[in-house]
Design a protein around this ligand. Structure first.
Ligand code: UDP
Length: 237
């Protein structure tokens, strides 16, 4: 049994599922990610997931192309449902029960979101994927992840990114950028350290939800974090 975190919510961006492709889902990355999730579930940690939709559609981009923003965001939310279904399948193939709960009513594909029911499923050892973001346009899946983590009383919100934490400047552009091991929400918000959108950060701060930003592709990183071992990543509290 992992001692440090009993219940976690892992936020994956849609792009994380693209792997080597420029659109859609890389089945190897999907299976690899599912393995990491299943490993946590099997060692006794309750795992909930929020997956973005950026590998398929983002509302803002579609709106720039002329689609009404509300419709565009609804398309983005549907993209998150597609990713959720793919991940549910990958997790189930590894022998673990996995349920999709959607913020939009799509009865045939998953059940309607309910925080209390989600907590029950998690307590029973099912992996729960929260699909369709918050169900509202003009929000992001980062905000959905913060909100759901708070609602299900997770011990930690984990955001998997391509870089291994939060830096004082963009490490892709500045070779001298320094990574924070730990950071307060006040500082992250004041400096707009761009890793989660501000709404998501403020929600976490107001509800004392710790956030860990880490590199999903660092082998065993998730395991180490959940076990309280040192890993390159940033804890925001
Ligand atoms: N979206 C939305 N409301 C939400 C969550 C998401 O309207 O509560 C839409 C929005 O258009 C967004 C898209 O779904 O661009 C995909 O989500 P996001 O951009 O957060 O995905 P990620 O960048 O994590 O892949």
């Amino acid at each position: 049994m992992n001692q440090n975190y009993k219940r976690i919510l892992l936020k994956l961006s849609g792009e994380a599922l693209m792997g080597q492709y420029e659109f859609g889902i890389d089945s190897d990355v999907l299976a690899q990610t599912a393995t990491e999730v299943v490993k946590q579930q099997q060692s006794g940690t309750q795992v909930a997931l929020v997956i973005g939709g950026g590998n398929i559609f983002r509302g803002a981009g579609l709106a720039q192309g002329g689609i009404d923003r509300v419709s565009a965001d609804q398309m983005g939310m549907l993209a998150t449902v597609m990713n959720a279904l793919a991940m549910q399948d990958a997790i189930k193939k590894q022998g673990v029960n996995c349920r999709v709960m959607s913020a939009l009513k799509i009865d045939q594909l998953g059940e309607e979101y309910s925080a209390l029911k989600a907590r029950e499923f998690l307590s029973e050892g099912e992996v729960v994927i929260f699909a369709a973001g918050t169900g509202n346009p003009y929000f992001t899946t980062d905000t959905a992840a913060s909100l759901r983590a708070i609602e299900i009383e997770a011990d930690l919100l984990l955001k998997a990114t391509k870089v291994d934490g939060i830096y004082d400047s963009d490490p892709m552009k500045n070779p001298d950028a320094k990574r924070y091991d730990q950071l307060g929400f006040d500082e992250a918000i004041a400096k707009e350290l761009g890793v989660m959108d501000l709404t998501a950060m403020v929600l976490c701060r107001e509800n004392k939800m710790p956030l860990c930003v880490f590199n999903m592709f660092e082998t065993g990183a998730l395991d180490k974090i959940v076990n309280g071992d040192k890993v390159s990543g940033t804890l925001v509290i």
